[in-house]
Design a protein around this ligand. Structure first.
Ligand code: NAD
Ligand code: GLY
Length: 371
């Protein structure tokens, strides 16, 4: 077991550490801010992650503290972020004698992390939970920062809570079993930090770092995950509940969420990270169109995403979306960050210079969607 880097998220008495390294799962009980000795421990996962990763966590927790460990594996996929699955998780914890001292481990991607975090937030008004992200996307984004949610028929992530984990364990070895397409989707959320406010990170990714990340080269992975977690921690520390700068993390998401909705949240058709990649390219094009960003920067970003085999155009979604540009605009106006009159976009003055724009003209957005 080796911990290579630790990033702290400083939130007063809710401060926690993100440990990044190798073979961490086999010692999962050793790096928590509390002892699990004698506690009831619940390990939530999905069926793709159960063998071997969640089993390794369960074995480690049983060994470390002789704690009583119960494991639940749910079907994989976005449809698991549902009320029905939430009810199942809550009943599982209660039926197994869970108490306020119980600990919930969410071992999986963003779906299990978001669902598990929300269950932990509302179980007895809050039990400790630990994020054990097993996708690149979850390591660089969803496991950090305390946003938890489920989807409802009215929209994605509309029911949830801000609830910080007690710790995050990023074991890079688990990425060895992650399919290449999922790695690329996680890469989109990684490159996002360079585009928001770290041009040097983007340059490193552009100059070979990105390819090394996708090839799962150890040093590149550690640098990318650590940088992303540090960048996200800085923003969350400044604005935990998204009253201001945290909105920068939504770069590419206003377009991306509309595309995911139009694709019916069908992961075979469009993964969240792929939607974000298209959304970031569109945000740059919109910025260039309105004259606030050099067209060369928009081109540079699109070239890089394409070189990483990520989609950058709506037309790349297969099968093609039935939604028209007007339909997409209507969906964007329903976004939970929108107000009655305006859609909030994250626009850019250039690579590494993102800002929150509250007065974007719908006509410009329609033009970009129509291109
Ligand atoms: P996911 O959880 O669906 O995982 C992707 C797929 O990979 C699933 O089929 C899963 O079973 C499989 N998988 C996971 N780990 C694996 C491994 N190590 N080896 C093999 N297969 C593995 O998706 P995701 O991309 O991790 O997360 C997407 C979700 O995260 C969305 O619901 C999105 O809304 C949410 N999200 C939340 C936040 C936040 O701040 N809370 C941020 C970004 C995204
Ligand atoms: N993924 C956006 C956020 O955590 O705020």
């Amino acid at each position: 077991m080796s911990i290579e880097k630790t990033v702290s998220v400083g939130l007063g008495d809710r401060t926690y550490d993100i440990h990044i390294g190798r073979d961490i799962l086999s010692a999962a009980g050793n790096h928590l801010p509390f002892s699990i000795d004698g506690r009831r421990v619940f390990v939530l996962t999905d069926e793709n992650v159960l063998e071997p990763h969640a089993r390794t966590v369960c074995a480690a927790l049983e060994k470390t503290a002789a704690a009583s460990v119960s494991c639940l594996a749910l079907p994989p996929g976005e449809s698991t972020k549902s009320f029905a699955a939430l009810e199942r998780v809550l009943a599982w914890i209660l039926d197994q004698g869970g108490t306020r001292q119980s600990v919930l481990f969410a071992v999986g991607g963003g779906v299990i992390g978001d669902l598990g975090g929300f269950a932990a937030a509302i179980m007895m008004r809050g039990i400790p939970f630990v994020q054990v992200p097993t996708t690149l996307l979850a390591m660089v984004d969803s496991a950090v920062g305390g946003k938890t949610a489920i989807d409802v028929p009215q929209g994605k992530n509309l029911v949830g809570a801000f609830y910080q984990p007690a710790g995050v364990l990023c074991d890079l070895d688990v990425l060895n079993t992650l399919p290449a397409r999922e790695m690329r989707a996680g890469y989109a959320e990684t490159v996002k930090y360079g585009l928001i406010n770290d041009p040097e990170f983007f340059l490193w990714l552009e100059n070979g770092g990105g390819k090394s990340v996708l090839n799962k080269e150890p040093d590149a992975l550690i640098k990318a995950v650590e940088t992303a977690c540090r960048k996200k921690a800085e923003i969350v520390e400044a604005d935990e509940r998204e009253g201001g700068v945290r909105a920068l993390l939504n770069l590419g998401h206003t377009f991306g969420h509309a595309l995911e909705a139009a694709a019916g949240y069908d992961g075979d058709r469009l993964l969240h990270g792929e939607a974000v990649a298209i959304g970031m390219a569109l945000a740059f094009r919109l910025s260039a169109r309105t004259g606030i960003c050099p067209a060369t920067d928009a081109r540079r970003v699109e070239d890089h995403l394409q070189a990483m085999d990520l989609p950058t155009r709506i037309g790349a979604i297969v099968p093609k979306l039935a939604a028209s540009p007007d339909d997409l605009l209507t969906i964007m106006k329903r976004d939970k960050k929108a107000t009655a009159q305006t859609i909030h976009f994250i626009l850019l003055h250039g690579v590494g210079q993102a800002f929150i724009a509250k007065d974007v003209d719908s006509k410009d957005v329609l033009d970009i969607l129509t291109e």
